[in-house]
Design a protein around this ligand. Structure first.
Ligand SMILES: NC(=O)c1ccc[n+]([C@@H]2O[C@H](COP(=O)([O-])OP(=O)(O)OC[C@H]3O[C@@H](n4cnc5c(N)ncnc54)[C@H](O)[C@@H]3O)[C@@H](O)[C@H]2O)c1
Length: 262
């Protein structure tokens, strides 16, 4: 199916690793030009290398999305290079530590909110005026099912993502008349470096066997009996950011093997 991405300009935050990187390559394979944002320069280089290998076109769009001024400058740089931003995917997020709420410092909570919620707000603020002017835009924000149903050890990260969901719905109502769609993809557990990092830490504290048993238990609460792969999330984003999804806005699509049905 042709999703119509040929020459579209797509900016993905946090695409120097994990799910964002997977999406960047997926969009490039569909013919889009991909601006690769991350705070980590080596991650950006790695993604650009993968885009190149896939025969696609990419550019580096480095910046810390918590700083509104550098975000604005990043959007200007992409617009200077390619004329516009058609699609923005707010994917970057931080979970500082997988721990109970009271075990986390104020600084850790603050960082999770600044990257996850303010980072999304900063990028949307910078990209929307151009989308409104051109009467065309697609914004897909990545949340988590932890925000939809709650998740122990993820309280503040989930709260920040809950904010992303509310923000997305409200902005969708404001800019629908400008032909700008704003939607949310909400992954359940997905095999990515972020998840693997959490599992590694668990292995250190609980041991390999107990973590393996826990993984089997986790799979059993997923009706589809599997943990998500990064491309499962990318496929949902590809649909929502395409004109095939033109009549869909303000929606939250869980990609979660049926874990939460809300
Ligand atoms: N992996 C999962 O199980 C899972 C589940 C639900 C939701 N998600 C969501 O999916 C998205 C991707 O997660 P992932 O697992 O690939 O994580 P990841 O940690 O591999 O990727 C996050 C990326 O964001 C970048 N980043 C962090 N702070 C930044 C900043 N200030 N400015 C710019 N970039 C910054 C990081 O360098 C990293 O490359 C996140 O929004 C996450 O919340 C993941």
């Amino acid at each position: 199916m042709d999703l119509g991405y040929k020459d579209k300009v797509v900016l993905i935050t946090g695409s120097g690793s994990g799910i964002g990187q997977n999406m960047a390559v997926a969009f490039a394979r569909e013919g889009a030009r991909v601006a690769v944002n991350d705070i980590a320069a080596d991650g950006i280089e790695a993604t650009l290398g993968m885009i190149d290998e896939a025969g696609g076109t990419g550019m580096a769009a480095p910046c810390d999305i918590t700083d509104p001024d550098t975000v604005a400058a990043m959007i200007v740089a992409v617009e200077q290079q390619w004329g516009r931003v058609d699609v923005l995917v707010n994917n970057a997020a931080v979970m500082t530590k997988h721990a109970l709420f009271l075990e986390k410092s104020i600084e850790q909570c603050d960082q999770e909110i600044r990257v996850t919620l303010y980072g999304t707000i900063n990028c949307v603020r910078a990209v929307l005026p151009g989308m409104i002017e051109r009467s065309y835009g697609k914004i897909v924000n990545i949340a988590t099912d932890a925000a939809r149903i709650g998740q122990e050890r993820e309280a503040v990260y989930a709260a920040a993502k809950g904010g992303v969901i509310s923000f997305s719905k409200s902005v969708a109502k404001e800019v629908g008349k400008n032909n700008v769609n704003v939607n949310v993809v909400s992954p359940g557990a997905t095999n990515s470096p972020m998840r693997n990092g959490i599992l590694d830490k668990m292995r250190e504290s609980m041991g390999e066997e107990r973590v393996a048993a826990r993984e089997e238990k986790v799979k059993r609460v997923y009706p589809l009996r599997r943990i998500g792969e990064m491309e499962d999330v990318s496929n949902a984003v590809l649909y929502l950011a395409s004109d095939r999804g033109r009549h869909v806005t303000g929606q939250v699509l869980s990609v979660n093997g049926g874990f939460a049905m809300v």
